[in-house]
Unconditional design. Structure first.
Length: 280
């Protein structure tokens, strides 16, 4: 029974590596596939542990995702000599074990310039691409056949175990459902979570804008009321000034009238006295 070892990073390709492991275990047997090479006992020298595992390995699969070198641009995990993945690949190359790079999640082989000198030969290995979507079964079949051909070119080709298919009835007969799409589901879940966060941020921003709009309306209403009050006050002052002017004018006319009336009265009285004196 051949023994396979899977080298991978959990935060880079953990989900799809689990699917690959299940398919290989179904074909070669669960005891034939080892993937937790980084699950090293506490206090153990992980270099010796990796060497011991690889001594019993026939084929090493290096699962390479988009974050295999580093989570972000400029962060190269492989630059550290203590990086477990680097130690695994270096040990496999040193032992001249069959080493198959498997590209997942649309990753590409790393440029040789990004690899330490001890891994330069790894950059020239022929890699297999494995799609997590509808072509997963086809790509897994090709990978399994490549593993079998690498172990023993004369080994009879054994078809991979089919993926169990659930059936549903649509009224016209049983229709097979799609195989397990856990990797796609995880990707969709992450996209939905990102969209949910964006929606919450948009709603919060909308609420903030609505509150600002309400405050603006209150300020505008207050300004209008203040302006109306000022206008009213201005109008009242103008009216009072007009009334005062009219009152002063009326007072002047009344004084003039009284003076004229007094003058006429005095004049009439004087004429009467004069006439009376002349009559006598």
């Amino acid at each position: 029974m051949p023994r396979l070892t899977i080298s991978y990073r959990r935060d880079d390709s953990g989900v799809i590596t689990g699917r690959i492991f299940d398919r290989l275990a179904a074909h070669f047997g669960r005891d034939a596939v080892f993937r937790d090479i980084d699950n090293i006992p506490a206090g153990a020298d992980f270099r010796k542990h990796i060497n011991a595992v690889l001594d019993e390995t026939d084929v090493v699969l290096a699962i390479i995702g988009p974050k295999w070198i580093g989570p972000r641009s400029g962060q190269n995990r492989l630059a550290k000599g203590s990086d477990p993945v680097r130690v695994e690949i270096e040990a496999a190359l040193r032992k001249e074990l069959p080493l198959i790079p498997v590209l997942v999640l649309r990753a590409a082989m790393p440029n040789v310039e990004l690899l330490p000198e001890t891994l330069h030969s790894f950059a020239y290995r022929n890699a297999l691409s494995l799609d997590a979507g509808q072509d997963f079964d086809i790509h897994m079949t090709r990978l399994i056949r490549s593993i079998e051909a690498t172990i023993d070119p004369d080994m009879p080709v054994r078809e991979p175990a089919p993926t169990p298919m659930r059936r549903k009835t649509d009224g016209r007969g049983a229709t097979p459902e799609a195989p397990d799409l856990s990797a796609q589901n995880e990707a969709l879940r992450q996209q939905i979570e990102a969209l949910r966060q964006q929606l919450e941020a948009a709603v919060a921003e909308q609420r903030r804008l609505e509150e600002r709009e309400k405050m603006f309306e209150i300020e505008l209403r207050f300004s209008a009321e203040e302006a109306a009050t000022m206008q009213h006050q201005t109008d009242s002052a103008a009216f009072a000034a007009t009334v005062a002017t009219a009152a002063r004018s009326h007072a002047r006319r009344m004084i003039a009238y009284h003076l004229t009336f007094t003058f006429l009265t005095v004049t009439v009285v004087g004429l009467c006295i004069t006439i009376a004196a002349m009559w006598h």
